[in-house]
Ligand binder design. Structure first.
Ligand code: SAH
Length: 465
């Protein structure tokens, strides 16, 4: 981020705009929405500027902008549409100790003006650091459509009611009141006008004061394989409401970003072998926060019901008498198989598929190798990096063909994903050579639909190393 977004206080402050033509007028349309004092310097002012001056909306100064003119101003905008003159304006502004912006000139500007969606006092600012104004405009148009036009009124009346709402204890209860207002009751009555909204605020407050203490709850949520777009809507809603998020090491940072900003984020990161936070401690932490009345989101990679030690957590939650729900997620096998363009099951090839783990707490896991070794069987092997040689040895020993396709997918669904197509005979040393850093799933019995492409992507990677 090269530019940091801020909302600058401009009430009763001076903003200087230099220029008398179309560019200056365009900037003014935005600036006159603020409560700033606007001073415009123009040698040949457009008729509209003269009118705005007469209406008292701006102060027009009919001469060149010069040293000392910006002193004490909050910001200077240069909009003369002449690069040399604009550059001089910036120099003067700096000399006066004020930051300057040159319209449509990122290089000369100290700050940039975002695209704005105005539902005053709700303001959405959109910036692309000058990379794609078209994109900013498209996002703006999208938001303009989505945000109800009376949102500004709801926010204004809500703001005036803040003091009254302080009657509710800070935290959960107060937040629930506001959520009820902005997302349920408020939008319903907004069309009936300000009085109706004010009545609703009062009635809602009474209702929330009367309602008892909310009990805590736990959502056991699948975060999916990494791509935030593969989150379920339910998972997003849970993250939106969470007071506490307890997440695993494999949960992608982009997904953690989606949690409610005030939520307490706790890393319960488990490493592949052993645990950095013991399971009992994680169970205790979940229960403790929920008993405090919090909405706890226990966020697990993929689907929480697949190799997630979910049952141990549920037992602890049930023993404490806490309400809970499981929100399924997309498991790594589903994301990975989609990436290689295959199906987990296929008519006349395999009528069942196994989800295996390479190892458990006690070490490498034994499975029904004899059945798996039969032609056409498919298995998705989780946590299979270190177990690769063991799995390979067992399957070959039970008669599987060394030619059986095997595909390793690292970081499925993420931007840095790698697909490595190999065979059972070559699984090791391929796994070791690949030196995988991210989580990986190994498909036994599946090759990428476009094998050539997958192999190409590895050799390109190797060539660049
Ligand atoms: N509950 C998770 C699995 C947890 S076990 C799920 O449903 O996906 C952890 C293992 O999941 C990792 O060792 C790896 O084998 C697999 N895994 C998780 N995310 C992955 C990803 N993005 N790409 C490939 N494998 C992944």
């Amino acid at each position: 981020m090269q530019h940091f977004p801020i909302f600058l206080s401009v009430k009763d402050q001076t903003i200087v705009l230099v220029g008398g033509g179309e560019a200056a007028l365009a900037k003014l349309r935005l600036l006159t929405k603020t409560e700033a004092r606007i001073v415009v310097y123009a040698t040949e002012p457009h008729a509209d500027l003269v009118r705005l001056d007469a209406e008292g909306k701006i102060k027009l100064v009919n001469r060149e902008f010069d040293y000392g003119d910006a002193r004490g101003a909050r910001r200077v905008y240069a909009a003369t549409e002449d690069e040399l003159i604009d550059a001089r304006i910036v120099a003067i502004a700096h000399d006066d100790g004020v930051l300057a912006n040159v319209v449509d000139n990122l290089a000369l500007s100290d700050f940039i003006t975002p695209a704005i969606v105005d539902r005053d006092p709700v303001t959405v600012a959109i910036g692309t650091e000058g990379a794609a104004p078209v994109l900013a405009r498209a996002i703006k148009a999208d938001l303009e459509e989505r945000l109800p036009s009376n949102l500004g009124m709801l926010a204004r009346l809500g703001k005036a009611f803040r003091h009254a709402a302080d009657a509710l204890p800070m935290g959960r209860k107060r937040r629930d009141f506001w959520a009820d207002y902005y997302f349920n009751e408020g939008p319903h009555v907004a069309a009936r006008g300000e009085d109706a909204v004010n009545d609703t605020l009062g009635a809602l407050l009474d209702k929330h004061i009367m309602s008892g203490e909310e009990a805590g709850r736990v959502d056991l949520v699948g975060a999916g394989p990494g791509d935030p777009e593969l989150l379920t809507l339910k998972a997003r809603k849970a993250l939106d409401k969470a007071d506490v998020v307890i997440y695993d090491r494999l949960v992608a940072p982009e997904i953690l970003e989606l949690a409610r900003r005030e939520a307490i984020m706790i890393n319960a990161g488990k490493e592949g072998f052993g645990a950095s936070t013991a399971q009992d401690d994680i169970n205790a932490m979940i229960v403790e926060h929920a008993l405090d009345g919090h909405h706890v989101v226990r966020l697990k990679a993929g689907d929480p019901t697949v190799f997630g030690r979910l049952d141990e957590e549920i037992e602890a939650i049930e023993a404490a008498g806490i309400a809970y729900a499981i929100v399924p997620g997309i498991t790594a096998a589903s994301a990975a198989v989609a990436q290689i363009g295959q199906s987990l099951t296929k008519r006349e090839r395999n009528a069942s598929v196994r989800l295996l783990t390479g190892h458990d707490m006690k070490g490498f896991c034994d499975h029904d190798w004899r059945t798996l070794a039969r032609d056409g069987e498919v298995a998705a092997i989780y946590m299979g990096k270190r177990a690769a040689r063991f799995v390979q040895g067992r399957l070959l020993m039970h008669g599987a063909s060394p030619e059986t396709p095997v595909t390793i997918i690292e970081n499925a669904s993420r931007a840095d994903s790698r697909v490595i197509a190999t065979t059972l005979g070559e699984l090791e040393p391929t796994m070791t050579t690949a030196d995988l850093k991210g989580p990986a799933i190994t498909f036994y019995g599946l090759a990428p639909r476009h094998a050539a492409k997958a192999i190409q992507s590895i050799s390109r990677k190797e060539a660049s190393q």
